[in-house]
Write a protein that binds this ligand. Structure first.
Ligand code: GTP
Ligand code: MG
Length: 347
């Protein structure tokens, strides 16, 4: 009998112990990745180069992805993620904390008021914005404009920030940047200086360049925009035939997730472009579909479909967004860059 009471007491104590609320450990950054059990300096550096800059980003990593990029076995990767979770005492964020994080979201103007309104104020940080459309629809032009606009003062629609540009098609044009800078009354050479360009020659090279971004951010904390123009060109060229499609999508997925993590972690806007491919099997409706289809669709926060409109105008359609209504905006591409369409301006 006495023994039973003892047992009850222990159970009660245990319950009390469990009810104690663990304080949220917001001080997780004091610990370095290399301090995790089972992670040596070499692995730590591989992990960091892969874009996981701190314990918290590692705690949210996908073990399979980690195993692949860091070239460790799957069990090791699982153990590392588990240790990171333990070390960061990962808790759910309260709605209020989440709201606070959202408050730090900033926006870069596209140059067109109508387009900005469609996007809820411009291209957002902490998100991937994808633009897809046919040849000449203006995907790269928007990239040029954003690379200039991000550098403008806040009251002019910028973030006083710098940009990284991953060019997979060799279409980056310094002269166009200078032209747009002059139109905005800013020093063209300085604007060019503040854009880091990486020319990718293969999909592996593209992935490698993305992995190098954390290093660039460490050196230049003013980076506020990452452009990948275009996201899928090299992947599409290299992976032909359906046999390798899953493999391709998996690699694209890794790159996209790295970009999303960078966007979240450093409050950066990510802008990627994507060609559309003709679909001979579609007889009615829109015969085009974004290359890389559903993979990008699931990762990108905002998807914009660009097409040519009347009298040389362009139409942007918001296809997918977490909170904004679907809609369209008409704008123009001029020598001075992206502006509202003439008719829109008159309104
Ligand atoms: P792809 O990369 O080929 O898939 O196309 P894209 O969507 O990237 O097209 P891009 O952004 O390069 O748009 C090119 C179009 O922008 C041209 O066909 C022109 O219509 C327009 N454009 C580019 N520069 C100027 C300019 O200086 N003045 C004017 N008026 N239009 C321009
Ligand atoms: Mg282009």
């Amino acid at each position: 009998m006495a023994k039973k009471e003892d047992e009850d007491e222990t159970v009660e104590e245990k319950q009390k112990e469990e009810e104690k609320v663990e304080p949220i450990d917001t001080d997780y950054e004091y610990k370095d990745i290399k301090d995790l059990p089972g992670v040596g300096a070499a692995t730590a550096s591989k992990i960091r180069n892969a874009g996981y800059m701190d314990i918290i980003s590692l705690a949210t990593a996908n073990p399979l992805e980690l195993a692949e990029i860091c070239e460790v076995g799957e069990p090791t990767a699982r153990k590392i993620v588990a240790e990171a979770r333990e070390a960061s005492k990962m808790n759910f964020m309260s709605g209020l904390e989440f709201e606070d994080k959202r408050k730090s979201v900033q926006r870069i103007s596209t140059g067109s008021q109508a387009f900005d309104i469609l996007l809820g104020g411009g291209v957002e940080t902490q998100a991937i914005t994808e633009c897809y459309g046919e040849y000449g629809s203006g995907k790269s032009q928007l990239a040029f404009q954003l690379a200039v606009n991000v550098q403008l003062p806040k009251e002019k629609g910028g973030l006083e920030g710098h940009a990284i540009w991953i060019d997979t098609e060799g279409t980056f044009r310094p002269a166009r940047i200078e032209q747009l800078a002059v139109a905005k009354n800013v020093d063209p050479k300085e604007v060019l200086q503040n854009i880091r360009i990486g020319r990718a020659y293969s999909s592996d090279h593209q992935a490698l360049l993305v992995d190098k971004i954390p290093e660039l951010i460490n050196k230049d904390p003013k980076i506020k925009l990452i452009i990948v123009d275009s996201m899928m060109a090299l992947f599409r060229a290299e992976y032909v035939g359906r046999g390798t499609l899953a493999d391709r999508q998996q690699k694209v997925n890794v790159v996209l997730h790295t970009l999303q993590r960078l966007a979240d972690r450093f409050n950066i806007a990510v802008y990627i472009t994507n060609q559309v491919m003709a679909r001979p099997d579609v007889m009615f409706g829109d015969p085009t579909v974004a290359v890389g289809g559903h993979i990008i669709g699931h990762v990108a926060t905002y998807r914009i479909y660009l097409r040519k409109g009347k009298k040389g105008s362009r139409v942007a359609k918001l296809v997918d967004s977490p909170s904004l209504p679907e809609g369209e905006a008409v704008f123009e591409i001029t020598a001075n860059g992206i502006t509202d369409a003439e008719e829109e301006k008159k309104k």
